[in-house]
Design a protein around this ligand. Sequence first.
Ligand code: SAM
Length: 221
Amino acid sequence: MAETDPCQEEREEMVEFQILARGVRNPRVLAAMRKIPRHLFVPKGYERAAYEDRPLPIGEGQTISQPYIVAVMTEQLDLAPQDRVLEVGTGSGYQAALLAELAGTVISVERLEDLADRAQKNLARAGVAGVRVIVGDGTEGYPPGAPYDAIIVTAASPTVPEPLIDQLAEGGRLVAPIGPRDCQDLIKLVKHEGQVEKIPLGGVCFVPLIGQFGWRGEGSP
Ligand code: SAM
């Protein structure tokens, strides 16, 4: 991590006014969001907007999610320091950096090679070690790393991809936006004795998850 961080104050304000004020309370999540330099995960020219209360474009028609939504999803994963986590949709690498702060093993799958490359550079620049970025179709999960204590899907699909449920450990938590193309319901699944309990978390709008167990292509229904 850089020793002189010009954005520490902006991060403090982001946490206080966008995240704590809206009810996220997990102290480990709040500490991670105070620590990870979000401005290093946005494209050149967007650094000044990095701590604003909105998603930002990261190229290839994709986005880095709004800080509050990142915080809610991360809190709902209930991460412990030794947990194994799968992220589907690496994007900028920002969410993966937070996961690496909170869990033991982080594997992140990204469909677009250019974004995966950029995410790896962003992670290195931010001094975050311990995230394994894989290029591939994350709707299939990543079987070599399974089972996972937590799975976070940061793109939206019509239903929860079945392989992800299969790769969830007993007691594991999965958080994903599920529903139509434009806006969706954020849901949490918890696996108990092979069965999944579903907990709705509210409305969100995410870019589509494109793959074998998600949306089938840019223009498909
Ligand atoms: N978590 C990211 C971050 O912190 O910047 C934001 C993710 S962005 C909202 C959604 C990402 O999901 C995009 O980078 C997109 O390319 C990726 N994606 C879409 N379908 C995918 C798939 N089947 N497998 C892996 N990644 C996918």
